[in-house]
Write a protein that binds this ligand. Sequence first.
Ligand SMILES: Nc1ncnc2c1ncn2[C@@H]1O[C@H](COP(=O)(O)OP(=O)(O)OP(=O)(O)O)[C@@H](O)[C@H]1O
Length: 529
Amino acid sequence: MADMIGWTMLRASRTSLGFVAAPLLHFQKITHERAWKCVTVSTSARISISCNNFCKAGLSSLAQFERISSQQVRVLSSDSSFSPLVASGEKVEEDASGVGALEHEHNGGQEDGMSPLSKLCMNKVPEYVLRKAEEVGYSVPTLVQQEALPVLLSGRDCILHAQTGSGKTLAYLLPIFAKILPARAAVQAIVVVPTRELGMQVAKVARKLAGKGGSEEDGKAPKEKGTVMVMTLLEGGTNSRQKAWLKAEPPQIVVGTLERIARMIETKNLRTNAVNTIVIDEVDAMMGAAKEGGHLHKLLSEYTRPQQRQTILASATIPQHRRFLNDCIQNKWVKEDVMHIHVRPEDKMPSYLHHRYVVCEKDDRLPALLSLLQSDAPRAAIIFVNDQSEKAKRAGNTPTTITVADYIAKMKFSSDDALWEPLVLEEESHVNARAATLADFRDGRCLLVATELAARGLDLPEVSHVYNFEWPPSVTSYIHRAGRTGRQPITEELGTVTSFITPKELFVLRRLENEMMLKFEALKVQGTT
Ligand SMILES: Nc1ncnc2c1ncn2[C@@H]1O[C@H](COP(=O)(O)OP(=O)(O)OP(=O)(O)O)[C@@H](O)[C@H]1O
């Protein structure tokens, strides 16, 4: 399996993995006749591609890029500075399908005192949204936002391919707000996520941007008119009042899990005729899951048509992305001129992650973990295991989640017992229990023992350490688990990822290390081999 993790240790030390490569605009051939239309943009981390050029030239520059042959490589800039962008101010034409970015009120030409993010989105994203973004703390665009927003705000379909914690959520939400008509009570944007937890998180950010009135209260339609409403349709939810609200006064934005959204569309509770944006977050997870694949195909090519909407597919990991891009076009999930924005392609993981491993037999893992927790003293930590409790029980094993949590609780390694008592997050728990667990963790509890459920998308900035108590099932899984720490796109605070591995598994670690060009620190923990 190409995606199997395989690495080996190496010496520790946090290494900057970014190569000082020239920034590239690489034009990826997709099919013979489509080659000129479909564009892949890869950008180097250290040397920020010149978004200024991109933006100043405005949309017309896109047309020029398209004509560059796939052989050509362009170095746009060797400027590594994080320069804010100034939106071109060009009027964006709405295309025949209504997909183009709509004009919003001008800011009166008053640029002084505007944040770089506001300048980047000026004339495209409504002012009230940009004000809210600033209030939340989004003032300077992250690299992916710099790269993607000019393209996304032009209305173009996009595959947003950037590291974990790089700020993809805001990059896809702002273009949604750019097109939404608050006065129109109709679902205009759908954001699909793989888990209930990620859905709650994305909806929260969207509601912050929407401002007052953007929330649903107990499933009831909010009273305020003229504000953008955000509704969640998530697995485990069965609120009949949501159905009534969807019909009587539909929200402008729906964030949900695929099955629930598909069911709502099929039962005609959710009408898609006004949908002009669809975002599929963690797209590779959804395309990979057989169960979800059918729903996704229907959503993208039957329930709605690519020509009538802007499609944004986002993830930190898109294995075989060229093939993926081709498949998306062939399946008509996206328009033919879809753009692949690949930020820092040479660094699959943030450089501000420190990777370590401990070689030990399975039986030694618990004391080794405890010892590490004591010496690391994490601000907050996630301990990942592979199997859910019930699955383990069915296989006749003691559930790892429970075993790990009980062991740590019993050892009482901290004086502040209440804060350090581990929480458990896994798919099989009731959705309310899952929500309470995450709320407790966000509120200051320090340890979370979790399955893959917590690996994708969750933004828990307090997490300073991730522990792979069991070796993750794939490279992709390693990347997403590791990405739950070091989530500080602006300050680049270091996060530490430690994996426990048996001597027999070492070859897998070695393979992964080669594949990802990472340096691992080998740790010796007392009592281990
Ligand atoms: N412009 C910005 N300024 C400051 N913080 C930002 C900005 N954009 C995003 N963030 C913060 O960065 C963190 C990571 O953002 P986000 O969750 O969107 O990452 P992501 O790219 O979706 O990661 P993942 O692939 O793991 O889901 C969040 O805490 C978010 O609030």
